[in-house]
Design a protein around this ligand. Structure first.
Ligand SMILES: Cc1cc2nc3c(=O)[nH]c(=O)nc-3n(C[C@H](O)[C@H](O)[C@H](O)COP(=O)(O)OP(=O)(O)OC[C@H]3O[C@@H](n4cnc5c(N)ncnc54)[C@H](O)[C@@H]3O)c2cc1C
Length: 373
């Protein structure tokens, strides 16, 4: 029997695999998406902070292009998925002990606005009592600006529906096993329904998130790759409500930015950053991370929540290029790595943002398309 041939085979049905499948099929390529689990968005794309944002804090590390691109993408997503991506008010309270002073926050928000953000205001003192019971002693200023939030897994499914609607084939419970380079692409093997199946791809996209280098270990000949570091980020869901929006809080112990946001009738707190060396599928929040996040919430909202009050928790993995600096200040730019720069037949997506998934897919397809003609 003739082996089925696709223009593009994508490994992974997270947000990047979904976006690449969508853009590829919209450009007329035949496309197969392989996903090892029984549903899409089971990896990082359901374990993010769920923000569709430029990333105000990336201004501190001068990642202006990333912020500009993400703000442009935020506007696009608000228009394309109005029922899934919604504007939210963000509040930044500044206390006597905060590292960032009011003038620094005002400058950052001004720059954010220049790069494509919406306007911001200083919340008048008489309105502070309406801010969900946030601690008032030592409070010097509160800034309000607008960004957006989403349900990351639902957004991934929506993008994937666009792809399958345009003709992409999605194969769930299909684990990619190996790929062997041929003259004009790759011969692939994957396991599905208890059998090992084969297909051919003129181009292979490795969109397997934290599994990227494990996938590359299964490709012959061994393709070019980046050294990466997996950095775990945890969230907790705690009881309560936040009526006004999302609070952008500074951790009193290490000055990192942490968000407290309304989430499915409760409160989502996150995130953390911890180097991770285990299997991607085994990542889970640690006791220390849960206590750290609870401590920040209790500090700002004067509650006495204990670990036993935590309703649920989850952890995801950032894929960052290996480098000596702290993960908090490391670049969040997406890297598109070809197997062979002279004649690429495989591209690996390292890192990236939920917010910029479409821009990443557009860039990747622009690099892929010339190799088809
Ligand atoms: C803690 C945290 C918070 C974040 N917060 C935000 C945020 O607020 N806003 C934002 O814009 N971005 C955020 N991000 C970044 C964003 O979530 C990720 O960039 C994005 O979800 C990565 O998607 P992906 O498709 O590359 O990977 P994934 O979603 O992990 O998808 C990879 C898929 O590949 C599949 N796969 C792996 N191996 C195989 C195989 N052998 N065969 C078949 N399938 C396979 C996996 O099962 C998985 O479904 C955050 C990231 C983290 C970790």
């Amino acid at each position: 029997m003739e082996i089925q041939r696709f223009d593009i085979v994508i490994i992974g049905a997270g947000i990047h695999g979904a976006a690449c499948a969508r853009v590829a099929t919209e450009r007329g390529f035949s496309c197969l998406v392989l996903e090892q689990y029984s549903a899409a968005a089971q990896g990082t794309s359901s374990r993010s902070s769920k923000l569709i944002h430029g990333g105000l804090r990336y201004l501190e590390t001068a990642q202006f292009n990333l912020v500009r691109e993400c703000l442009k993408e935020r506007a696009r997503l608000l228009a394309e998925f109005p029922e899934l991506v919604r504007e939210v008010a963000f509040y930044i309270p500044i206390y006597d002990a905060s590292k960032r002073r009011p003038w620094q926050i005002a400058s950052g928000l001004s720059l954010y606005q220049i790069l494509g953000g919406k306007g911001f205001q200083r919340v008048p003192r008489e309105q502070w009592r309406a801010l969900d019971g946030i601690r008032l002693d030592g409070l010097q200023a509160v800034f309000r600006y607008t960004d957006a939030g989403t349900d990351d897994a639902a957004l991934t499914r929506a993008v994937l529906r666009k792809a399958t609607g345009a003709g992409a084939v999605l194969q769930l419970q299909a684990e990619f096993l190996e790929a062997i380079r041929e003259m004009d692409g790759y011969l692939l093997r994957y396991r599905a329904g208890g059998s090992t199946l084969e297909c051919r791809a003129r181009m292979l996209i490795n969109a397997s998130g934290p599994w990227v280098n494990q996938v590359l270990d299964r490709v012959l000949p061994v393709p070019a790759r980046r050294e990466l570091e997996l950095v775990a980020g945890s969230h907790i869901v705690i009881p309560g409500t936040l009526q006004q929006g999302i609070y952008y809080l500074e951790s009193p112990s290490d000055r990192r930015a942490v968000f407290a946001q309304p989430w499915q009738g409760n409160i989502l707190m996150g995130t953390t950053e911890r180097p991770y060396r285990g299997a991607p599928e085994a990542v889970a929040p640690t006791v220390e991370e849960i206590e750290y996040l609870l401590g920040i919430f209790n500090h700002y909202f004067r509650r006495g929540l204990a670990p036993g009050d935590v309703l649920s928790s989850f952890a995801g993995l950032r894929v960052l290029p290996a480098a000596p600096e702290s993960p908090f200040t490391r670049t969040r730019e997406t890297i598109l790595q070809p197997d062979d720069p002279a004649d690429p037949r495989l591209f690996t997506i390292y890192g990236g943002k939920l917010t910029s998934h479409h821009a990443t897919a557009m860039k990747l397809l622009s690099r892929i398309s010339p190799h088809f003609y």
